[in-house]
Design a protein around this ligand. Sequence first.
Ligand code: FES
Ligand SMILES: [Fe+2]
Length: 426
Amino acid sequence: MARRPGAETDATPALRFPEADGARVPYAVFTSPEVYALEQERIFRGPTWSFLGLEAEIPRPGDFKSTYVGETPVVMTRAEDGTLAAWVNRCAHRGAKVCRLRRGNALNHTCVYHQWNYGAKGNLQGVPFRRGRRDMTGMPPDFDPANHNLRQLRVDSYRGLVFATFSDAAADLPDYIGPAMRPFVDRIFNRPIEYLGCTRQYSSSNWKLYLENVKDPYHASLLHLFHTTFNILRVGMKATAVTDATGLHSTLLVVKNEAENAESYRAQKIRSYQEGLRLEDESVLAMVPEYAEPSTNHIQPIFPQLVIQQIHNTLVARQLIAKAHNQFELVFHFFGYADDTPELRAMRIKQANLVGPAGYISMEDTEATELVQRGVAGAQDAHSVLEMSRAAPDETATLITEGLVRKFWVAYQRLMGFDAPAAAHP
Ligand code: FES
Ligand SMILES: [Fe+2]
């Protein structure tokens, strides 16, 4: 691993990204515990907004959900007055995890260790034996509970998606999502939703490999045989692949073109099309059109913890939670619209089989990220090669591109403070 000139004495690992456009990524970025530790500081405790969950998960006063911002345990709550709050789940006394449930409803939270008690917004409201007992002294007279609240985060929601940040420097949430990405968020979150439930899975790989995956339409028609076999996604389909101005967020939209057939796959001998295979129950691939902008696939990572997804009629807010340099958790939060008919609701739930840990389509994605993690073990000085569509960096109507991934890595270097080389790609 190369170090920045003059950086030998600090603890910052400086990775070498030899190409200014992000076309070479040092594998150490996936294997280094030091990089992972620095990401906690510069990304998850830095000027980003991390997705915590959906407002629909905590609709009533007192509802709460335990989750994470990076590796820090955080609880999101709806307070008595209906406002949202988020606090670090670490007792202000001696650090114990206060809330031990994944979800629930409570207007106050008591740490089991010495029973310090906190309100829904994390304010300390009770300390046992604070004033001592008979001839036993208690806390010093100047002990003020107001100085010992749980650490609160800035919290905001955009169209029912709840985010939090540790940073006062982060832009307001709508500006953080940005004008290029908001219309796509609005497309899916265009009316009240209903939470349907979630699946969870763990991947023994680096969390950024999953972000690469959802910014990479190139793999979709090749890795996922279900896609091509049943004509869900092929490279000839109409596509939009765009990033925001920072390069951190992106959107991929695919519109199915019925004229696209198996010919091009057969012609190129791509291992994917199997003649004569058909589904016993084709309703898993039915599609009720429900958006002004038609699309069979909408995949939208909002850095660092959210991926919005619509595939046919299945709707998901995927939550990406980094656990270690070589492990992440992926939670698929399924939802529908509050005004869904029972038939449409049933269809969404059936189509949940397309994604999640054992999804017909998305099962392979975390396998692919694990294959990379295993393959790059010990690769101290090696880089990945991101050349697809490199000569046309502004091309957006394509599925054969690694442009979103390259732009992400440029943005990542900036956020992390890694030096980018001065020379741009010719
Ligand atoms: S650690 Fe929570 S009350 Fe002591
Ligand atoms: Fe995929």
